[in-house]
Design a protein around this ligand. Structure first.
Ligand SMILES: [Zn+2]
Ligand SMILES: [Zn+2]
Length: 250
């Protein structure tokens, strides 16, 4: 046990060192220290840094939060109150932690200190990758971001314009399901392609699923046609609804 703790410590120190070097370059390149304000949008997973006459936008993956009041860390995959789809990419860190038996990487939340947030962020950075990291603090809550790319204001607006407000989960990416799929009954769950929570989609891909009955209709005609489409009556839902439906069918 002591040996494992030492091993983790060494690994964490190493990751922190790597991030520090990387982060210095990042801060120089994007001049991130010289913006007065920040704003982040969970739905589009974008961070905006801005001052009176300049601004810059980044796509982000939320890593986790550290409560200065309670001195506890919480991984974003465990955070029920955040809606960012890509938070589930931090499950890669958990998987790695399970293999190595590093408790800090697998537990949902635990006590820490001033360094915990940066330590875990540097480990996430090493495992998931990105162009840099950023932290914001409000109401004694530190929120850590992995920045994956710089994007333009127009791109942010495009992302936001393509989201759907499902009424339950707020604004999220669109998903399509047949009229029979719901989050209460098992109906079978056929997909256009294999999906997982928080996955990146190509420009012309959408989350699409249908029930077993629809699958029978679809196979009758060797693919979708007017008749099977009429049977399916595809509905628009948000991606969180989509994965809730998928979960009860598993
Ligand atoms: Zn159906
Ligand atoms: Zn929804």
């Amino acid at each position: 046990m002591i040996f494992r703790t030492l091993k983790y410590k060494k690994y964490a120190e190493n990751s922190c060192q790597n991030l520090t070097e990387f982060q210095d370059n990042f801060r120089n390149k994007y001049d991130t220290d010289n913006y007065e304000n920040w704003f982040y949008n969970q739905s589009s997973e974008t961070l905006r840094l801005y001052s009176e006459n300049k601004e810059i936008y980044f796509k982000y993956i939320p890593i986790g939060t550290f409560s200065q009041n309670k001195n506890t860390w919480m991984w974003s995959w465990a955070n029920e109150s955040s809606v960012e789809p890509r938070k589930f990419q931090t499950l890669k860190v958990k998987e790695f932690g399970e293999k190595k038996k590093y408790e800090n990487l697998t537990k949902e939340h635990f006590e820490g200190d001033n360094f915990t947030g940066w330590e875990l962020t540097s480990i996430a950075f090493e495992i998931i990758g990105g162009i840099g990291t950023y932290r914001v603090i409000s109401d004694n809550l530190e929120k850590y971001f992995l920045l994956t790319e710089e994007i333009t204001k127009e791109e942010v607006e495009k992302i936001e314009s393509e989201l759907i407000d499902c009424g339950v989960h707020g604004k999220l990416r669109k998903a399509f399901v047949c009229q029979h799929l719901n989050s209460k009954q098992k109906t079978g769950f056929e997909e256009a392609f294999e999906t997982y929570r928080g996955m990146e989609l190509d420009e012309d891909d959408d989350f699409q699923a249908w029930c077993s009955e629809c699958e029978k209709e679809r196979l009758k005609t060797d693919g979708w046609d007017d008749e099977s489409m009429e049977f399916a009556k595809i509905n628009l839902v948000c991606e969180k609804c989509y994965f809730e439906i998928k979960e009860i069918n598993e």
